[in-house]
Design a protein around this ligand. Sequence first.
Ligand code: PMP
Length: 437
Amino acid sequence: EAPMTRSAAAFLREQRVVPGGSMRHASWFPPHPPYAARGEGCWIVDLDNRRILDCANNFFSLVHGHAFPPIVAALTDAIANGTAFGLPMEGEIALAEALAARNPRLAQTRFCNSGTEAVMAAIKGARGTTGRHRIAKFEGCYHGSYDHAEVSLESKPEEWDDAAGNPASIAYAKGTPPAVLADTVVLPYADADRCAAILKREGPTLAAIILDPQASKAGMVPMPAEVIAAVKEACRRDGILLIVDEVVNFRLGLGGISPLFGLEPDFVTLGKIIGGGLPVGAVSGPAERMAVFNHAQGKPKVALGGTFSANPLTMAAGLASLTHYDEAAVARLNALGEALRQRVNQGMEAAGLPCRMAGAGSLFRLHLGARKVADYRSARPLPAETEALPRIHAAVLEAGILLTPNCSGALSTPMGEAQVAQIADALIQAVTAEVRA
Ligand code: PMP
């Protein structure tokens, strides 16, 4: 019998002190993930000394891969000066300025420590501005784990429709307060007429509509222009604020994803790459919107704080990350992603494999099956695919490449054409083996 790997031993140890033996639901897969020992560029070295090409990039938060030298240098400088102060620092100004310089819509910013917090802050900001408490979100879309944002993240087909045929508000966490469900309107991602009808009815009660126009859980396919038009129309008509969640998709354009979809959000939620690999979140928007958080004239409508918000390490790493993700770097990485999707899709088609790669720019997601993916419902794997996906994930990992457990991924700037070829070939081979089995 083969000796136990160091990762397997670590997992045994972790199960004793951590429920499920994992700190995160999303990053666990059976029998257990390899444990990372360190990272360099686009590579992870695991506890058993295996080199793994990292396409998970900590759930798309690392746009420069691991230990990117300019980020290491910025952090090394910052850390020697102390890691947390109950005073403002210049670093937070510089990172807020860097965001504003990339997109004038991000004129003002408040930093926090996760995308979840950013979404919560934006929703509270919209409530404080409008005096309304209900929100609308799109079915199956992930915006972190704030109660209202989590509604209808996952649901079974028999739960999907309410009596009127509209998407039902389904609790994700058991024990979700019924008021949370009642106060969260769920919209269909790819049905503009239904979306408009729901918003016509519910619009006057809504503080905000939150959307991600290329939502990973909705298949990583673009939200149709007609749906976006219906949202804009409702916002204009009923005074609803628009929150665009760019926690993942900010990387798709220099100024984020909103300009690519013609969106003019009242609040933008950010996270992931703007922290350079450290914990981060941010809510940004025009000054007149961000005024809801302004405490300078007495108690603000909505108070925002956080012991470690805008901590100097995150600010330093974030600034280095964005500085080196300039217009040319964004264009290069987007083109590399386009090349990957083309290579995979042409290869799958040539081999007659019922499998397509969706995504945009440097983000990708594999779909099994030949149906058109348009939303959460059609992106949801069928029972046979639910069994095949983990096998494909495992085969690709065996070939030395880490994807997220649902076979999505993100490219990083240290990657080049050699990595694209390696990823494409491993995916095609894994799907071929699955289909032939
Ligand atoms: N919004 C989106 C679109 C996300 O993908 C995520 C996390 N993957 C979040 C919000 C929450 O971010 P965090 O994990 O930093 O709380």
